[in-house]
Structure formats: structure tokens, C-alpha cells
Design a binder for this molecule. Structure first.
Ligand SMILES: NC(=O)c1ccc[n+]([C@@H]2O[C@H](COP(=O)([O-])OP(=O)(O)OC[C@H]3O[C@@H](n4cnc5c(N)ncnc54)[C@H](OP(=O)(O)O)[C@@H]3O)[C@@H](O)[C@H]2O)c1
Length: 263
């Protein structure tokens, strides 16, 4: 217990001078979390597969007075992931925060799921997080500091029919977080998962369109009685990316309005 004057929250959560890579930042939750990290002071490197979608996002952050760059690559492309992290480290001499958020799913009954469906989801939602964490850790270990955040889902705890590989991948991320956390803690690198509940994004727009009762049904089952606002996930990301979370590692932060806690 230190007798030093406590830091005010604005300093504890300040990310000024830090570099963050956010995958899947062209829209949805990744874009919301990238805005929050940028607003907290980080230079944010926005990832997605399409440079022309990312460029307006970067420009928007700059108009707001924040610092941002883009790195377009597919997170399932191993070589591209390694090259992107190496390039960020070479350009800035650091990579403080990895926010591995890009993900996708295949919705089909089990008997229609193909080997390719399984592999595509596992590659994007599980393997990419492991690979980017490994590459980022190379840089972070040298600096003696780092924050790795992997975006999982409440489906890492509870399942719905028709998304077998997604449930397996997100559950796998929770094991991955523990494995990475125990290995990287001695190097000053923390590793945690953010597990969102339901947030309206393009990722679930097809589901909401095909079943108009889906959104109200989820809201009715959620103790907070509503879907989440992506900015609410951004605030949680800033906490896990900041100095404030230095002793928090190997955990999963649920941001779900109480949905997983309810019966
Ligand atoms: N929304 C929710 O309610 C919810 C709930 C729980 C968990 N999650 C998780 O949160 C994350 C974001 O979800 P979201 O709802 O924001 O999804 P979304 O609206 O579909 O956005 C997905 C983002 O990931 C990028 N992306 C997809 N595949 C990629 C790849 N192979 N390489 C690089 N970028 C890729 C997309 O960019 P491009 O298409 O431009 O490449 C886009 O920026 C996912 O991991 C998802 O599983 C979401």
C-alpha cells in the first residue's frame, strides 16, 4: 500500500503516446472501440480488409483531432498479420495495445455445416487472435509493457443453435486468454477478453432482419432490458488497455447488461 497521492482517473486511463492496433475497426464494435481508444489519447491503427472503407474512418478520427492510421489486411492471412505488426513496430518503435476484434460467423444447422465453414470461423475468431497476440508479444516483451485484449462473446459461456464453430472459437478464446496471461504476466503484459452481449451492428443485422422478434426478445431476456450501445464496450476497452488495469489479467469482462447472469 503506497502513501502516494492517488492518480485522478483521467490520468489512470490516459493512453497518450501509446500505439494501438484494432482489428475489425471499419465498422461495428471495432470502430466504436477504436474511437474510445483514440479519444483516450492512443494512436490507433485501424484494420479491416478494405482500405477504401478504412480511409474515411481514419480521416474522421483525424478531423476530431485524434491520431490514426490504417493497416488493411485479412486477419486469417498469417503472413499479412506478421508483416503488419512488424511494420507498426518499425514505424513507431512500439505497440502497446492489441485489440483483436475482427470476427465473423456462419449460421447453419449442424448437419449442413461443412469443414470449410468450421475452418473459416475458427481461423477468423480464434487462430487470428492467437497469431496477432504472439506477434504483438514480441514487441511488448521487449518494452516490458503491453495490453492484449481479445473480443470474445457471451457465446463463450452460453450457446445458441446453428453457430457451432463460433461458440467453440469464442470459448477457446477464454482458454487462450488464460494461457497467454500466465506466460506474459512476468513481462508486464496483461491479456484479457471482452465478452459482449448483444449490440446492434452489421454483424447481426441479417439475424434482426430475418426474425423481427429477435431484437425485442433479446431485450426482454436481458436484465438491463435493452441492447448495448457500442460506446459502452469502448469504455470497457479503455479500462483494459490502460494503466488502471495493470493487475487484471487472464480474465473475461462481460459487457452484456446482465444477460449471462440471468436464468
Ligand atoms: N455485435 C454483437 O452483438 C457482438 C456480440 C458478441 C461478440 N461480438 C464480437 O465482436 C466482434 C465485432 O463484431 P461486430 O458485431 O462489430 O461485427 P461486424 O459489424 O460484422 O464487423 C466486423 C468487423 O471485422 C472486420 N473483419 C471481418 N473479417 C475480417 C478479416 N478476416 N480480416 C480483417 N477484418 C475482418 C470487418 O471489416 P471488413 O469487412 O471491412 O474487412 C468489420 O470491421 C466480433 O469478434 C464478434 O464476434 C459481437
Amino acid at each position: 500500500m503506497s502513501d502516494d497521492r492517488p492518480s485522478p482517473p483521467n490520468r489512470l486511463f490516459d493512453l497518450s503516446g501509446q500505439v494501438a492496433l484494432v482489428t475489425g475497426a471499419s465498422r461495428g464494435l471495432g470502430w466504436a472501440m477504436a474511437q474510445s481508444l483514440a479519444a483516450a489519447g492512443a494512436l490507433v491503427v485501424l484494420n479491416g480488409r478494405d482500405e477504401s472503407t478504412l480511409a474515411p474512418r481514419r480521416d474522421r478520427l483525424r478531423e476530431w483531432g485524434f491520431t490514426a492510421e490504417i493497416a488493411a489486411f485479412d486477419v486469417t492471412d498469417a503472413k499479412a498479420c506478421c508483416a503488419a505488426v512488424a511494420e507498426i513496430a518499425a514505424r513507431h518503435g512500439r505497440l502497446d495495445i492489441l485489440l483483436s476484434n475482427a470476427g465473423s460467423t456462419v449460421r447453419k444447422p449442424l448437419l449442413e455445416q461443412t469443414d470449410d465453414d468450421w475452418s473459416r470461423v475458427i481461423d477468423a475468431d480464434l487462430t487470428a487472435g492467437w497469431r496477432l497476440a504472439r506477434e504483438s508479444a514480441r514487441v511488448m516483451i521487449q518494452a516490458g509493457h503491453g495490453r492484449i485484449l481479445l473480443v470474445s462473446s457471451i457465446n463463450g459461456f452460453v450457446a445458441r443453435p446453428g453457430i457451432t464453430a463460433y461458440v467453440a472459437a469464442k470459448t477457446g478464446l477464454h482458454g487462450l486468454v488464460r494461457a497467454l496471461a500466465v506466460e506474459l504476466a512476468p513481462h508486464g503484459v496483461t491479456v484479457n477478453a471482452l465478452a459482449p452481449g448483444y449490440f446492434p451492428t452489421e454483424g447481426n443485422s441479417a439475424l434482426r432482419r430475418s426474425d423481427p422478434d429477435f431484437a425485442p426478445r433479446i431485450a426482454a431476456r436481458t436484465p438491463a432490458a435493452r441492447w448495448g450501445d457500442p460506446q459502452e464496450l469502448g469504455a470497457a476497452a479503455v479500462y483494459l488497455a490502460s494503466r488502471a488495469s495493470g493487475y487484471t489479467t487472464g480474465g473475461v469482462l462481460l459487457v452484456d447488461g446482465g444477460l449471462t447472469a440471468a436464468i
